[in-house]
Design a protein around this ligand. Structure first.
Ligand code: SAH
Length: 260
């Protein structure tokens, strides 16, 4: 057995029915590369291996779990990336698109999503369990107090569906919070009409001071004077939709170009 390590966010799922529901939430129409993040002792892994359309790879940081997985799932031995998912170069997994599944380590779920965003051209679908409060926030729309940086950045490229809630009692050890399973599916947006790095910067800066109007919140970005006249400047970050943030960034980029 693997002894659960708190610093790695290890809460092992004990309930086979819930594990089956998570694995079923992954929708595949053809044989596909699937990367499981944090397989631990393999409660999802075993079920994923029973699906003929799944070409499975694993990313696991815990050496003890990796040893356990190699022993119990010998056919995956060469397909385990031992180490930190945040540092994994996903292009080395396989050419083409991949799908991600996992009961995420809750302490690093935001970093996992930023890593996925860095590869949004490659990652087609994500099915994951995470802290319910975080899951709800990701799917929020503008106008909500909990709409934030990752809601905007993820919804730019993914449609987010809430699947179901999971109570603490089905884990060993039980976490202190409710959990939820969500599914992200790549939407049809290809390239943004503006630089993606500037887009991220604008969104992050806007939410850094979410109670201020954008005119004040975005001061550190030294916006071109003409942009300060934009009607968006009188609003706060949480009032802007994804489309609004894209328009605003495009405006900034064009005006900067014009000023130089
Ligand atoms: N899938 C298992 C374990 C979930 S707990 C289950 O449902 O029972 C989260 C898992 O993520 C643990 O196995 C932990 O070791 C792993 N993990 C934690 N940080 C990680 C990281 N940075 N990269 C990859 N895996 C990580």
């Amino acid at each position: 057995m693997v002894r659960p390590k708190k610093y790695l966010g290890q809460h092992f799922l004990k309930d086979q029915n819930i594990a089956a529901k998570i694995v079923e939430a992954l929708q595949l129409t053809q044989r596909s590369v699937v990367l499981e993040i944090g397989p631990g002792t393999g409660v999802l892994t075993g079920l994923l291996m029973q699906r003929p359309e799944v070409d499975l790879y694993l990313s696991e940081i815990d050496r003890e779990s990796v040893a356990y997985l190699k022993e119990h799932f010998a056919s995956l031995r060469e397909k385990i990336f031992e180490g930190d998912f945040i540092k994994l170069d996903m292009s080395q997994i396989a050419p083409g698109k991949i799908h991600i599944i996992g009961n995420f380590p809750y302490n690093i779920s935001s970093q996992i999503f930023f890593q996925i965003l860095n590869h949004h051209e490659k990652v087609d679908q994500v099915v994951c369990m995470l802290q319910k409060e975080v899951a709800d926030r990701l799917a929020e729309k503008e106008g909500s107090k909990t709409y934030g940086i990752l809601s905007v950045l993820l919804q730019t490229f993914y449609t987010i569906e809430s699947k179901f809630k999971v109570p603490p009692g089905v884990f060993h050890p039980p976490p202190k919070v409710m959990s939820a399973v969500i599914r992200l599916v790549r939407n049809h947006r290809k390239q943004l009409p503006c630089e993606e790095s500037l887009f991220r910067k604008v969104v992050k800066q806007a939410f850094q001071n979410r109670r201020k109007t954008l005119r004040n919140a975005l001061k550190p970005l030294n916006l071109p004077g003409s942009v300060l006249l934009s009607p968006f400047m009188d609003k706060r970050a949480e009032q802007l939709s994804v489309e609004n943030f894209i328009s605003l960034t495009t405006e900034i980029e064009m005006q900067r170009g014009a000023d130089y």
